[in-house]
Design a protein around this ligand. Structure first.
Ligand SMILES: Nc1ncnc2c1ncn2[C@@H]1O[C@H](COP(=O)(O)OP(=O)(O)OP(=O)(O)O)[C@@H](O)[C@H]1O
Ligand SMILES: [Mg+2]
Length: 328
């Protein structure tokens, strides 16, 4: 059995605003094994990004905070670490890549210096060694003429090249976990495929575990070993990728899969499920999807369904699922 790298239990992250409490992540459990690619899917506002920012301890302060649960990573609870302790993990054991590479890159620093800076922060190596490793990292991500590129500034590079540099920065310390939040959403298809290929290369050659957040179920089908479906701050279903695509149990997952647009449709057509996600400041007490669910029954709104294991490794939060009922 694969070794577990991270184990999140009952994670609760909230925003304490003046008049409301936003329950952005409301009690999620998430396991990541070594070398596993876990995709998190769900509509806008379901808590995907706040989950990843909670792991990274990069929540918008002071409103955003973890109010409960544990994030066990390599034996340590990240939720309990100080800012300083977390600094030693970020960029080294856990890295993150973003949709917009300029979020991670410094516009006034040469790309080589940016990569060597990450290395020298986490490793006691000389500048010369760091530079050699930076070139190596750029080669790993397929940057041609890496010796020349290290002298350039981000604005001198094409969008695709900037993506690669960002990934080189994220992988240079060979992290155990890479978190990618919508890394390819805004990219043209060719670059999108290249970025996905690079993430697979990290997994295959460095055994990096990856949490990949995406709206794109095509990307999920391409990448995921395990799929976690989030809705309104909760996990509503999780299973191996094949199971999710072949036997989705939750009506929400079924609706997501039914709303995959054909290749030629506009992206905006995604997730055209009638109704809207309930506000994170005012969740109903029963099933949070009930108002949009075609199988809704009185019992659905009476009480919050538990996340139950219906088949080995296949979990769902629906009173109907797994009972041979309508939702199956
Ligand atoms: N800085 C913030 N202050 C207050 N509420 C916030 C803040 N950031 C996020 N939220 C709320 O937390 C909830 C979860 O947001 P999150 O960004 O995790 O969604 P998401 O699943 O990543 O959505 P998207 O697909 O649009 O990126 C939402 O209700 C959102 O409005
Ligand atoms: Mg997000």
């Amino acid at each position: 059995m694969a070794k577990k790298l991270m184990e999140i239990r009952n994670l609760k992250t909230q925003f304490h605003l003046k008049h409301t409490v936003v329950r952005a992540v409301d009690g999620i459990d998430l396991d990541v094994e070594e070398g596993q690619i876990v995709c998190i899917v769900g509509e806008s506002g379901s808590g995907k990004s706040i989950t990843s920012l909670s792991i990274m301890q990069l929540l918008p302060k002071p409103a955003g905070r973890i109010v409960g649960g544990t994030i066990r990573f390599e034996g340590t609870d990240l939720a309990q670490l100080s800012e300083k302790e977390m600094d030693t993990i970020r960029g080294d054991r856990i890295s993150m890549i973003f949709q917009e590479p300029m979020t991670a890159l410094n516009p006034v620093m040469r790309v080589g210096e940016q990569i060597t800076e990450v290395l020298m922060r986490h490793r006691s190596i000389s500048k010369v060694e760091a530079k050699a490793k930076a070139v190596e990292a750029l080669r790993f991500v397929g940057v041609p003429r890496a010796e020349n590129i290290i002298k350039e500034y981000p604005h001198q590079l094409s969008g695709g090249m900037r993506q690669r540099v960002m990934i080189a920065m994220a992988m240079v310390c060979e992290p155990k976990l890479l978190i990618a939040d919508e890394p390819t959403t805004a990219l043209d298809v060719t670059i999108q495929i290249q970025v996905l290929e690079l993430m697979k290369k990290m997994r295959d050659e460095l055994n990096t575990s990856i949490i990949l957040i995406t709206h794109d179920l095509g990307v999920v089908a391409e990448m995921a070993d395990h799929v976690v479906v989030m809705y309104a701050g909760q996990i509503v279903e999780r299973a191996d990728a094949d199971t999710i695509f072949e036997k989705p149990m939750h009506p929400y997952t079924q609706a997501l899969l039914a709303s995959i647009p054909s290749l030629h449709e506009e992206k905006e057509a995604l997730y055209s499920i009638p109704g809207t996600v309930p506000s994170a400041g005012a969740f109903p007490s029963g099933c949070r999807f009930a108002d949009r669910c075609v199988y809704k029954q009185p019992a659905c709104v009476a009480q919050m369904p538990e996340l139950r294991e219906m088949d080995p490794g296949h979990w769902g939060r629906c009173i109907l699922a797994g009972n041979g009922d309508a939702a199956v």
